[in-house]
Each structure stands twice: as structure tokens, then as C-alpha cells.
Design a protein around this ligand. Structure first.
Ligand code: ADP
Ligand code: ZN
Length: 617
């Protein structure tokens, strides 16, 4: 088939990723397309392959100027004629590119929206044989998205100017509202809509009780043996200090946050993208607009504010499809800290939304079910496999303990607190922390004010810390025994099944609550198989792999491009596994096309041949 041949010839791949084939054929049939694929899903290929198969020009609109050069370099390395226009070019260079455009030399032209609407440019565009328009990061057009860009709104003018040319809109943002917005704003006509699964099968998810986080981060990174990754921190100070502690441990790391100068920030980002530093310690600002396919881990040093952000940030791992892991360090005190920040929000609606989002995030951190299913549920996607094979809870289910008695203690405290309130005519509900304080016999201002030290359950729960009682309480909420009341302050009340439980007295099983300090050792032991995800890879010659990486580095430096423009990690590993010794065998490796065979084949083959005759000592 022609498309499969072009896939191999121009990109070196012999098969499509999920959904790519359908999208490409809809595009080739001249239809408008809306493609929603997760990060790393391979969206670019969906417009690049049709472009290669055509005779004219595909116009690619992208907001990420920094990425254009890398994308174009990668296309050119594959022998695909492509170029970009943006403000970074000097005028001679721009002129040269324009000449090429008039000659119909290019299959793809990348532009930023600002450039598009210069009147002279629109005029030229009308003269070039534009076959297709691809709008990358199409969610930028929607105010409901997380990255609205007003200049994207003007893309309607482009549509009006070129009503007969098919449009493709591509994004990794999923919500229904944004999706509809894109279709209306771009006036897509009977579009082929493809909504890919948001599951990232090559990512493994893990939550670790946070304790001495600097040590934890260091140990997690050491396990990746030089693999690159991002540590997300809630504050500049944390980003700085984690980076420093990593450097002290001999791990090349740099910070990235709003407190650095623009030039330091881009220097650090560049060093990371070009594989010159292993780890970037960043505040959430980092990642938008970086295209680094070989991020092997994303660690969250602090609790994210919401699940959507967490999904986006962890999504930066494993774009190349290789096994990567996402670790969240989770602690009760981070929850309290976040709640503290939320208390400072003055807008009531905003405050309520922030609290609900945080609660959903806590639910991810505490769930005893599959983390993948929990994440996907947030995007209204059902993950039905009983065991995902790539999260801590599926791989090593936590040990359950009989919590019937603690649950009785907790529920009857809730009941008594509530009755005491009604009896005094001052009806009120309280949060989990208050109940935990009553159970552990603490003296707080609130307990004294309400006289709760006289309740019969006061101080009967000293076997657990207040934090552990809160965990038991949250499990009770999840299982429907307690109702969580939404209000300024989340309070709890007995639900009907909880009242029933008090009569029948159990039974109730749950994972043992873990107080932050006690949990470290257990977390350390839980490493191991879990980190692979279910993209378990066949073994490869690691020694050869390192040598191939060094050769790739030399080529990349010589051309001043990121390493993945030469070959991706997945391709190098396939070489280190299959050890091709002839040009034909080299071409059969996934990610090697004729153009790369011609440019790099000889040197890489030489290295592989050499390695099989002289094994490492
Ligand atoms: P997205 O834009 O959806 O985040 P990209 O287009 O950057 O994803 O693609 C992610 C990675 O997947 C890239 O390294 C790309 O080369 C690779 N890729 C895309 N399509 C295929 C395919 N059919 N087979 C193997 N790798 C692919
Ligand atoms: Zn799972």
C-alpha cells in the first residue's frame, strides 16, 4: 500500500500507532479532521504523512515557535522537504525560504499565527498550492482550554479565505467543551472526529508516602541509571534545593522557574532537551512547548492542585513509547498546605472549585484501586481491565487489615458530635480533622468551645495518629459510609450506610493507614518490577546502546540539533537488540528510513559490526 510505503520511506516506521491510519486516510480523502490524541500519541505524523503523499503544500499552524525548528530538522533528516517561518529568522534566510515556497519546493510549512495574518503573507499563501491546513495545539482556540491564545481566534479568517481547503485540528486536550469549541470556531465541516484513548500504556504510576523527599527523589532517580526526567516542585525554593541536592549527589540537574532570568531558563531547558543535563527541577511552568521524547520519569515532589494538571505533567514522560514512570510523593501535610493556599482565595466560587479539584487529587493519591483507572475516570474514560499491570496498586496491592473497630469508633464519634450539636440547638458539622482530634483526645480550641471532651468517644482512638484517622475517614467517604458536605470547609456527616454499619457493626477492611514517617521503609521495598509499566521491553545490549548513544550525540552536536532528530531512543534500543550488520537489516529497524540509512548508516553499522566481534571485557 502506498501509505505504508511512505510511512517507511519518510519516517522509517513499518506500522501505525493507534488511530493514525484512520486519521491519515480521512485526511487523504479530503475531509476536515479533529484528532484528539494524548501526548506522545503521534499527532504530527497524522498531517506529515498526507503532506508527503501530496504534491502541494501543507500549512502547519503552531503556537510553539521554539519547537518549529526541531520539527523541521527532524523532517529534513528524514528527507522530507519542510521549512518554517517565524520571527527568529534573519531576512536573508527568510527570503531564501520564500523563494523555495514560490518554487513549490516544500511539502510542509510551519508558521506561528502572528505571521499568518500579515496581509502580504496571506496574499502569497493564496498563490501557493496549499493542499491542507493543520492546526496544531488546536485547544488554544478555546477559552475553556488551559492555554487560550487570542491570536488563534483569528484562524477563522484563514478558513474564510480558503473555504475549499481541508482543515485538520489536533490537540491533546480532551474536554467536551473544548472539543465543541474547536469545531465551531474553525467551522469544521462534517469533520472526521477521532478521540483516542487517554490511556498511556507505557507509563507506570506510583504514589509514595512523602518523607525526607530529597532522599526519596535521589533514590528514585538513581534507579533510572542516567535516564532523563523532570522533578516538579510547588515552589521556586523547592526547585532550587532539590536541584542542588541532586548535584551534591553527582546527578546533573538544573532548576527551572519564574525566578530565573529568561536566558537562564532557556539555557537550562536547552541543556535538558539536548541531553546535557539529566534532570530538570521545575515549577509547573515547565514543559509547555518542550518536545523531548525520552523523558523516562516525572516525579512530583509536591502535591499537584488538580488531576488535569497532574495528567498533563506526567504526560511529558515516555513520548517515545518506551516504559517510563510517574511518581507522586504524597503527604498529609502537603494536603494541609494546599488547603491553606486555597483558604486565601477570596472569590467564593473559585475557592469551592479549587477545593473540589484538590479533593479529587487526594482521591488519586489515596485510592487503593488502579491509579490508571482513577486518572482515566477523570476524563470520563472507563478502564475496564481488572489489573493494568503498570501501577503500584495493581502490581503490589496493599495489605488489608480489619478496620471494623476503628470504623465503629470513627462513625460513632461523627454520630455523637452531631447529636451533641443538635441537643444544644447549635447544629453544626465538623471536618475529619476535628473528629480525629476528638478520637485522639487532643485539646483544641474547637473541642473546648463545643465541649467535645465530654463525649464518650473522646480519646478512645490513641492507637492511630490524627493523620491516620483522617485516612480512615477518607476511606469511609469513598466507600459511602460518610457524606462529604461541600461548603467553605469540607465537613462530614453520617450517611445512611454508615448508620446501618453502626447497627450491624461491620465488617470493614481497608489498607492499613500509613503515617508519613513509618512508611519510608515499605516504600523503598516496593520498587522493582512496578517501574516497567506494561510496555515490558525485550532486552537489548546495554553496552552497545551506550556506544550508539555516543555516536548519535556526535552527529547531533555536529548538526546542532537535538539527539532525537538523528534517532529516537526506541530506535537505538532496537539497533542494540537486533544488531543489524547489512544496510538492508539496518533499514528494517523501526525508525530508520532510506534518508537516515544514507546519512548515518555507514557509521552506525560500523559500530554495530565492531561490537559483535569485540565483546566488552
Ligand atoms: P504528539 O504530538 O501526539 O505528542 P508526536 O507526534 O511528537 O506526538 O510523536 C511522538 C513520538 O512517536 C515521536 O517520537 C514520533 O517519532 C513517534 N511516532 C509517531 N508515529 C509513530 C509510528 N507509527 N511508529 C513509531 N513511532 C511513531
Ligand atoms: Zn493499575
Amino acid at each position: 500500500m502506498k501509505t505504508l510505503q511512505a510511512l517507511k520511506d519518510s519516517f522509517g516506521y513499518s506500522s501505525f500507532r493507534p488511530y493514525q491510519e484512520e486519521i491519515v486516510s480521512a485526511a487523504l480523502a479530503g475531509r476536515d479532521v479533529l484528532a484528539l490524541l494524548p501526548t506522545g500519541g503521534g499527532k504530527s505524523l497524522c498531517f506529515q504523512l498526507p503532506a508527503v503523499l501530496g504534491q502541494g503544500l501543507t500549512l502547519v499552524v503552531s503556537p510553539l515557535i521554539a519547537l518549529m525548528k526541531d520539527q523541521v530538522d527532524a523532517l529534513q533528516a528524514n528527507g522530507v522537504e519542510a521549512t518554517f517561518l517565524n520571527s527568529s529568522l534573519d531576512s536573508d534566510d527568510a527570503k531564501e525560504r520564500f523563494r523555495g515556497l514560490w518554487r513549490n519546493q516544500y511539502r510542509l510549512l510551519y508558521v506561528a499565527p502572528e505571521r499568518l495574518f500579515q496581509p502580504s503573507f496571506m496574499k502569497s499563501l493564496a498563490e501557493w498550492p496549499v493542499e491542507r491546513v493543520a492546526i496544531d495545539e488546536a485547544h488554544c482556540i478555546s477559552e475553556w482550554g488551559h492555554d487560550f491564545r487570542p491570536e488563534y481566534r483569528r484562524l477563522i479568517e484563514l478558513r474564510e479565505r480558503f473555504p475549499a481547503i481541508p482543515f485538520m485540528a489536533l490537540t491533546a486536550t480532551a474536554t467536551e467543551r473544548v472539543r465543541k469549541d474547536i469545531i465551531t470556531q474553525l467551522r469544521l465541516k462534517d469533520p472526521f472526529v477521532c478521540i483516542g484513548s487517554f490511556n498511556r500504556p507505557n507509563l507506570a504510576y506510583r504514589v509514595i508516602p512523602k518523607s525526607k523527599p530529597a532522599d526519596q527523589v535521589r533514590r528514585l532517580i538513581a534507579a533510572h541509571k542516567g535516564g532523563a526526567g523532570i522533578v516538579y516542585c510547588a515552589s521556586r525554593r523547592a526547585a532550587e534545593s532539590v536541584a542542588e541536592s541532586l548535584r551534591d549527589a553527582g546527578i546533573p540537574a538544573r532548576p527551572y522557574h519564574a525566578g530565573l532570568s529568561d536566558s537562564d531558563r532557556s539555557k537550562n531547558q536547552e541543556a535538558f532537551v539536548r541531553d546535557r543535563v539529566q534532570v530538570i527541577c521545575a515549577t509547573v511552568a515547565f514543559g509547555m512547548g518542550i518536545d523531548k521524547p525520552n523523558v523516562r520519569f516525572v516525579i512530583h515532589h509536591d502535591l499537584p492542585k488538580n488531576v488535569e494538571g497532574y495528567y498533563q505533567e506526567t504526560g511529558r514522560a515516555g513520548r517515545d513509547g518506551l516504559a517510563s514512570e510517574c511518581v507522586l510523593l504524597f503527604s498529609a501535610s502537603d494536603v494541609a498546605k494546599q488547603l491553606g493556599f486555597i483558604e486565601e482565595i477570596t472569590d467564593e466560587v473559585e475557592k469551592r472549585v479549587a477545593k473540589a479539584q484538590l479533593r479529587r487529587m487526594i482521591d488519586y493519591g489515596e485510592t487503593t484501586g488502579c491509579r490508571r483507572a482513577n486518572l482515566l475516570e477523570y476524563f470520563a474514560e472507563k478502564f475496564t481491565e481488572p489489573n493494568c499491570g503498570g501501577c503500584d496498586n495493581c502490581l503490589t496491592p496493599r495489605e488489608l487489615f480489619d478496620a471494623s473497630i476503628p470504623m465503629q469508633k470513627l462513625l460513632s464519634t461523627v454520630y455523637r458530635v452531631r447529636s451533641a450539636g443538635s441537643a444544644s440547638g447549635r447544629s453544626a458539622t465538623f471536618g475529619l480533622m476535628h473528629h480525629a482530634n476528638v478520637l485522639t483526645g487532643r485539646t483544641t480550641e474547637q473541642i473546648t468551645r463545643w465541649g467535645h471532651e465530654t463525649l464518650s468517644t473522646y480519646g478512645i482512638g490513641k492507637e492511630f495518629s490524627p493523620e491516620e484517622w483522617q485516612q480512615i475517614g477518607r476511606e469511609a467517604i469513598r466507600r459511602g459510609l460518610l457524606n462529604q458536605m461541600t461548603g467553605d470547609y469540607p465537613t462530614v456527616d453520617l450517611a445512611a450506610p454508615g448508620a446501618e454499619f453502626l447497627k450491624t457493626r461491620g465488617p470493614f477492611e481497608m489498607p492499613r493507614p500509613v503515617a508519613p514517617r513509618k512508611a519510608v521503609a515499605a516504600a523503598g521495598e516496593k520498587r522493582g518490577r512496578g517501574s516497567k509499566g506494561n510496555a515490558d521491553e525485550a532486552p537489548y545490549d546495554e553496552f552497545l546502546y551506550e556506544k550508539l548513544k555516543a555516536l548519535r550525540r556526535a552527529f547531533a552536536d555536529e548538526r546542532n540539533v537535538p539527539a532525537f532528530v538523528v534517532f529516537g531512543d526506541a530506535t537505538l534500543r532496537a539497533m542494540a537488540r537486533e544488531k543489524p550488520t547489512t544496510p538492508e537489516a539496518f533499514l528494517a529497524v523501526s525508525g530508520v528510513g532510506p534518508a537516515k540509512l544514507a546519512q548515518f548508516g555507514e557509521k552506525f553499522l560500523g559500530l554495530i559490526r565492531g561490537s559483535s566481534t569485540a565483546p566488552p571485557d
